[in-house]
Design a protein around this ligand. Structure first.
Ligand SMILES: [Fe+2]
Length: 289
């Protein structure tokens, strides 16, 4: 029982134009406007979309979508969530059509407070992804959209929920300064989820989302474009101690960060959990304005 990958993220955004510019000019994603709606879906691989933007007065997560492999496993997970006392709501046919999935359930994550969905059967297409800038695309497929990192209030309780109910396994731990972080996998991606104790954002807030390029050149040229467009760089290029991702971090128009990376190592059958006392092997220095 458990989830297979991070499938999609839906965002309420107050600065729609800036978001569209970021996703198209930096990340090369394909916009897929909807008929009769101001929301825009964005495609980055074979899935109909992986990100959705909803114009809104306030910024925040509209839905974190966790993919499950089959209807049977989806229903099993929905029962497990209900047994945790959560209000689990079956998605209407309209919502399933909007998300482009066969079936879904909505709930509020008890440890991140994020509006969340579990689903199966996403719409995919055989037509090749056509990026809006010259990039080689993204490492997704069974590894999903990337990874997401939340600040949480009770780290031990949060890890327990994602291990015991959502089916994740611990990849490793990093402790540095005042931050303790636990990294968790649900497929071969080193981590699909990381949970961090406290932090500058409110508990339950997204710290960052990571998108993994198929080429280091995509990340490097993206860094140049970010600098040219005046988008705030939060951490300089660097390499992480645990997943070996070579990446940099930018601030999105909603305030949380996106990590644009390449070369993350994968969880294999011989994986052994380690602990680290710093998040970087080199670089990733904070950028002061
Ligand atoms: Fe990350």
């Amino acid at each position: 029982m458990g989830v297979n990958s991070l499938g999609y993220v839906c965002l309420n955004v107050s600065k729609m134009d800036e978001w569209c510019k970021l996703l198209e000019r930096v990340f090369g994603m394909e916009p897929r406007p909807r008929n009769g709606s101001t929301a825009i879906d964005y495609r980055m691989d074979s899935h109909h979309h992986r990100l959705s933007l909803y114009p809104s007065a306030a910024d925040g997560i509209a839905a974190v979508g966790w993919e499950v492999s089959s209807e049977e496993r989806l229903d099993e997970l929905s029962i497990a969530l209900k047994e945790q006392g959560l209000d689990v709501v079956a998605g209407s046919p309209e919502l399933c059509r909007e998300r482009k999935v066969q079936k879904l359930y909505s709930y509020t994550c008890p440890v991140t407070q994020a509006d969340s969905e579990i689903y199966y059967g996403p719409l995919v297409t055989n037509v090749a992804f056509t990026p809006t800038r010259g990039i080689s695309g993204y490492k997704t497929d069974h590894q999903g959209l990337g990874h997401i990192v939340f600040w949480v209030k009770d780290l031990a309780q949060a890890v327990k929920f994602y291990e015991n109910i959502m089916g994740f396994g611990v990849s490793d731990y990093i402790a540095w300064d005042v931050h303790d972080a636990v990294f968790l996998h649900c497929n071969s991606r080193h981590h699909t989820l990381a949970l961090m104790q406290d932090g500058p954002g409110p508990a339950g807030a997204v710290m960052h989302i990571m998108l993994e390029a198929n080429s280091l050149d995509d990340v490097g040229s993206g860094y140049d474009i970010v600098r040219d467009l005046g988008i705030p760089v939060m951490l300089d290029p660097g390499k992480h101690s645990n997943d070996h991702m070579q990446s940099f971090y930018l601030e999105t128009p909603s305030g949380f960060w996106i990590e644009y990376g390449y070369g993350g190592r994968e969880i294999g059958p011989d994986w052994e959990i380690k602990s680290y006392d710093q998040p970087m092997l080199w670089g990733h220095r904070p950028v002061s304005a």
